[in-house]
Design a protein around this ligand. Structure first.
Ligand code: GUN
Length: 285
């Protein structure tokens, strides 16, 4: 079997065009503010792409880039200023923050209504309770890819490798909300392959290049590769490309989940604007 490639670039382009239409129809300015502290080159690239995509979708953006030695209280002051700014609909603090900062504390400072990353504990709690407001963009992108390729979830076995707050935990909640039987595996899981071989849907978000090999995958399974591992040979996923010989569907790296994250961030930003200005919640979007 050679897996069908789940084309995140194509789907993301379609979704971004839809967001652009919806922003026009909304008729009021929509604004995303980002905060990036330090000089991590990958973060600068990601944030640059987020601004470019916002601009294309007709979303205004403010780009706050601060030196790596900025104090935590200065970052908290900026967050407070953006929270209070009526023109700002969404706030995104790019991670990782420098080591001298208490990352969870900074994320807790963002107004939950403007938390387009969905990282605030109140948004994480709402997702847990099945009443989502803002949901992290990468998990939303994974779910949109699975939906686009008609992957059935109800009653099926989904295995997530990775338990991060950004991907593993929230995607497990979203899969559960679609009535999948969900297993979360992680670095302490014994006999990982025993779990993954049972998966109809496998989401690899461990941050370990080539972790998932063909012998670990059930024939015909849908495999979503969330890995973004920068190696000497370039960007590689958590899934060995040879898995394409076993899987039914496979998302590539690059060109799978990555572009979906940005499309979903734009949707979250429009959703935050609607929610704040109209009091209308669009659950999970
Ligand atoms: N760093 C890596 N992924 C993300 C993300 O989705 N949002 C933010 N804010 N930072 C990240």
């Amino acid at each position: 079997m050679t897996a069908i490639r789940m084309d995140g670039r194509a789907l993301a382009a379609k979704l971004r065009a839809e967001v652009a239409d919806d922003v026009r129809a909304f008729g009021e300015p929509v604004c995303l503010a980002t905060i990036l502290v330090g000089d991590d080159p990958a973060s600068h690239v990601y944030v640059g792409k987020k601004h470019e995509a916002s601009h294309e979708a007709g979303i205004e953006s403010r780009d706050h880039r601060l030196p790596g030695d900025t104090s935590e209280s200065d970052v908290l002051d900026l967050v407070a200023q953006l929270n209070a700014d009526e023109e700002v609909d969404g706030i995104l603090v790019q991670l990782p923050l420098p080591d001298h900062m208490d990352e969870p504390m900074v994320l807790r400072a963002v107004d939950p209504a403007k938390d387009v990353d969905g990282f605030h504990p109140l948004n994480a709690g709402r997702l847990f309770l099945g009443e989502p407001l803002h949901v992290p963009a990468t998990p939303l992108g994974i779910m949109a890819l699975l939906a686009e390729y008609d992957v059935e979830l109800e009653g099926r076995r989904a295995v997530v490798i990775g338990r991060s707050e950004i991907v593993g935990k929230p995607v497990a909640m979203l899969l559960l909300a679609k009535h999948a039987t969900v297993t979360i595996c992680h670095s302490r899981t014994r006999d990982l392959a025993e779990h993954t071989r049972a998966a109809d849907v496998l989401v690899a978000a461990a941050g370990r290049p080539g972790l998932v090999t063909p012998d670990m995958v059930k024939s015909g399974a849908a495999v979503v590769d969330v890995g973004v591992n920068r190696t000497k040979s370039g960007l590689v996923g958590d899934v060995d490309p040879a898995v394409a010989e076993v899987a039914g569907l496979l998302s590539p790296v690059p060109g799978g989940v990555g572009p979906m994250t940005i499309a979903m961030l734009l949707r979250n930003t429009l959703s935050a604007a609607r929610y704040r200005r109209l009091g209308v919640a669009l659950p999970g979007s």
